[in-house]
Design a protein around this ligand. Sequence first.
Ligand code: ATP
Ligand code: MG
Length: 275
Amino acid sequence: MVIEWSPSQKQRLRELGRADEGGMEFETVVERDEAFTKEVAYYQSINRKEIRNIQERRERHLLAKVEENIAEALIADGFLEVRTPTIISGNALVKMGIDHNHPLREQVFWLDGSRCLRPMLAPNLYFLMRHLKRNVRMPLQMFEIGTCYRKESHGSNHLEEFTMLNLVEMASMDDPAVRLRHHIQTVMGAIGLEYELSECESDVYGRTIDVEVNGVEVASAALGPHKLDPAHGITDAWSGVGFGLERLLMVKNAENNIKKVGRSLIYLGGARLDI
Ligand code: ATP
Ligand code: MG
């Protein structure tokens, strides 16, 4: 009889970073378990080395570096950086069309009856677009990088807290669709990633233009005038796009699971800590 890794052995080896393909076969359980112990020791030593490397490198956290690269590219291109509260009002969601019947409503982390952790940056950026208009020269190019929160049914592409980069340009002299492509290129160029654009449907924005890398969505974009504009007092044309920074890191580093690159107590720089 041919004996293979047990499901829990497979799981452990996967966690330690061993690629699943080429599963091994054994003649006895004893032989298999001895091989398992050796494999675990081998991958633990790789993980340990990797963690030590991270310590020696004296570099900022991977996510911080991505943030920095993107922020610098955008600022060089004339963008204003903002930081807004992560706690927002339920009313701000209603203005985004996310009312009681909306699918995204189920994904919101509520703090109390009227306040929640933001599932997106757009409500705050809409607010600033309206209020900055009176004070700054146009066009206004603005971005925020910050944490967003959504209850997710734990897939390998989703985190419950993740980092969004949302940029918007309002009242450009040029065609917003052309500007949008330019901004997407600025961000993807800063990361050094090739990508494709595809038209998609979003529960919040309706028609979106998605940025994809090997079929994985890394960003969704929209253009205004938009059906959500009147509720926010916006009348100018705009282009905007929201990227998930962990998604960008995941595809850039060819990781199979977004958890390796997100906020974590289990992973550090892609290496596993519970070794
Ligand atoms: P998906 O369809 O992949 O669930 P979405 O279309 O709901 O994502 P958007 O609202 O378009 O997400 O958010 C913009 C970007 O934020 C996404 O393209 C993705 O890169 C990132 N993002 C959204 N939800 C998550 C999440 N739960 N974990 C990590 N990144 C996310
Ligand atoms: Mg999307």
